[in-house]
Design a binder for this molecule. Structure first.
Ligand code: ZN
Length: 315
C-alpha cells in the first residue's frame, strides 16, 4: 500500500509516495511484540509446574512424575521458612507430588520493599510464595492462622490460633493424602513461638487425620471427614538445617540433567521471589548453602526410596 503526500511534491511536481505496510499487518506485528513481552514476563515470574509447560523438560517431567506415587506435604509457619532446595529436589529430582503448607501468610513481618503492612502484606506474600512454589514445582496450601508478629512461646501462639489451625491442617492432610509429612519445624524448641507451635502441631495433625473420632467442624464433604493415615501410617520426617545436621543428607547439589543446574540453584532462583522479605541480600548466605538432612521423627532408619515409591501393587 502506498501513501502519497500532495503537500510535499518532488522536483517534478508529483506527490511523494511512500510504501506503507497495511494497517492490519502493522497492528498484528505490534500485538505479537506485546504478546512476546507478556509471555516472557509471565514465564520469568511463574515457571510452569512439572508436567504443565509446553517444553521438552516439562514433558519429560510429566512422564517421570506419572511413575512415582509418593505424595509429600512439607509444613512450615511462614512464607520463606521453607527450604527451596529440599522442595525442588523432592518435586523435580525425585518426581514426587509435593505440596507446601504455610500455616500463615506472613502478614506480621516487616516489609522490605514498600509501605504495605498487615493484610496487604499478607496478600503480597501469598503471591510471592505462589510464584516461588511454581519454581520449586510444588502445590501450595495455607491455613487460617494469623501471623500476629513475634511470639515468645508456642503456648501463646496456640492460644491465639485456637482450634481452627489444627482443624485446617487435618483437613489438608485428609484431602491431599500425603504418604510423607515433613515437619519443617520439628524438634525446634527455641526462637519464634509460631515456629515452635508449627513443630508441635504437625505430628498432632498427622495423628488426628487418622482418627475416625475426630470430625471437622462445619464439614460439608465426605472427603474432608474421610480419615487418612490409618490404613498405612504417614511417614513423619524432620528436616535439619543446622550447622552440623544429623540424619540422611539429601543430594541437593546434584545437577539436573534436564535443566543443567543443581536442585539448590533451581530452588534458590525461585526463592528470590520473596522480595518483601529482602531476600536478594540474603541469597548468598551460608545458611542457604549448607547441607540439609532429613530423619524420621520415630527414630527409625530412613530409606530414600520412601520418597519416590514407584507404581506397583498397593502396600
Ligand atoms: Zn518463619
Amino acid at each position: 500500500m502506498n501513501i502519497c503526500n500532495p503537500a510535499r511534491p518532488n522536483e517534478l511536481g508529483q506527490p511523494v509516495c511512500v510504501a506503507q505496510p497495511i494497517l492490519a499487518v502493522r497492528l498484528l506485528v505490534v500485538c505479537l511484540q506485546l504478546l512476546l513481552i507478556f509471555a516472557a514476563g509471565t514465564k520469568a515470574q511463574f515457571p510452569p509446574a512439572p508436567g504443565t509447560g509446553p517444553g521438552l523438560p516439562e514433558t519429560v517431567e510429566a512422564i517421570e512424575n506419572a511413575r512415582v506415587t509418593t505424595r509429600i506435604l512439607y509444613i512450615t509457619a511462614h512464607p520463606d521458612d521453607e527450604s527451596a532446595s529440599v522442595l525442588t529436589y523432592l518435586a523435580r529430582g525425585l518426581h514426587a507430588e509435593v505440596a507446601l503448607l504455610s500455616l500463615t501468610r506472613g502478614e506480621g513481618g516487616q516489609n522490605d520493599l514498600g509501605p504495605e503492612q498487615a493484610p496487604q502484606l499478607g496478600l503480597i506474600r501469598s503471591q510471592e510464595l505462589l510464584a516461588a512454589t511454581r519454581g520449586y514445582g510444588v502445590k501450595l496450601f495455607f491455613t487460617r492462622a494469623k501471623d500476629f508478629g513475634y511470639s515468645k512461646t508456642p503456648e501463646e501462639t496456640e492460644k491465639v490460633w485456637g482450634d481452627e489451625v489444627l482443624q485446617d491442617m487435618v483437613e489438608i492432610i485428609r484431602t491431599f493424602r500425603p504418604t510423607v509429612v515433613i515437619n519443617g519445624w520439628g524438634g525446634v524448641h527455641t526462637g519464634h513461638g509460631h515456629h515452635q507451635a508449627a513443630g508441635i502441631l504437625t505430628p498432632k495433625a498427622v495423628q488426628l487425620a487418622a482418627d475416625s473420632n475426630y470430625k471437622l467442624r462445619g464439614s460439608s464433604s465426605v472427603q474432608e471427614d474421610a480419615t487418612w493415615g490409618d490404613r498405612r501410617p504417614i511417614l513423619l520426617l524432620d528436616v535439619d538445617r543446622g550447622e552440623k545436621p544429623q540424619g540422611y543428607p539429601l543430594p541437593l547439589d546434584d545437577i539436573s540433567s534436564l535443566y543443567g543446574k543443581s536442585w539448590r540453584e533451581i530452588g534458590l532462583d525461585a526463592f528470590a521471589n520473596h522480595r518483601t522479605q529482602g531476600i536478594t541480600g540474603f541469597l548468598n548466605s551460608p545458611f542457604l548453602r549448607r547441607p540439609i538432612t532429613v530423619k524420621r521423627e520415630d527414630g527409625g532408619d530412613f530409606d530414600l526410596a520412601s520418597l519416590n515409591e514407584p507404581l506397583g501393587p498397593a502396600r
